[in-house]
Design a protein around this ligand. Sequence first.
Ligand SMILES: O=C(O)CCC(=O)C(=O)O
Ligand SMILES: [Fe+2]
Length: 214
Amino acid sequence: MAVNELFEQLDFVENPLYEKIIADLMDRQYSIVDNFFPAEEVVALRNSLWEKYEEDRFKKAAIGNHFSEVIEKAVRGDFILWLNEAGANEAEEHFFNRINDLIAYLNKTCFMGILEKEFHYAVYPQGTFYKRHLDTFQNDDRRKLSVVYYLNEEDWLPGYGGELVIYPNESDRKPVTVYPFPGKMVIFESQVLEHEVKTVERERLSITGWLKTR
Ligand SMILES: O=C(O)CCC(=O)C(=O)O
Ligand SMILES: [Fe+2]
């Protein structure tokens, strides 16, 4: 039986966007998608972030259990709030629907074995950054794919800083600079690619998360 016939039998619908993400990941361990969600969903998520931020629910992000606050501040300066899928509001529910759809696709087509996920909002106040690191530094080797989704205002400019810089593994490939424009999603292999967030000149908003194996 031809593969396409098999997929038809499994009620499989090929998704060109997901196929591009998969091809990018196989080729260079990261993928950048400019409009993963419709613009109104970005606005809804940004409003949801602000609401919770103003309720004082965000905490200074840590880098593990064994570091002092001083060291942590020299490594990363963002404030985070973990999302709870069970208690998601409407905007977050849309977000999780799309993420779950992507996970189902990855598991079906690539046998990635993603069984868990975790996501947090992040706010980088002016002057903060996140030094070069690997997302598995907390000894969480179940983190397979890192997902970053930017919620900045529509008028975000490159000069505001806060670029994500990804360092490819192959020494012949140059670092990749990603501007955190609203609606942009970056997916990369957590165990492979080091990256950093450059100093921000404006408050920088995002959702960051991980797709995890057992
Ligand atoms: O916000 C970004 O662009 C990356 C964030 C990051 O590297 C992290 O939270 O581990
Ligand atoms: Fe990271």
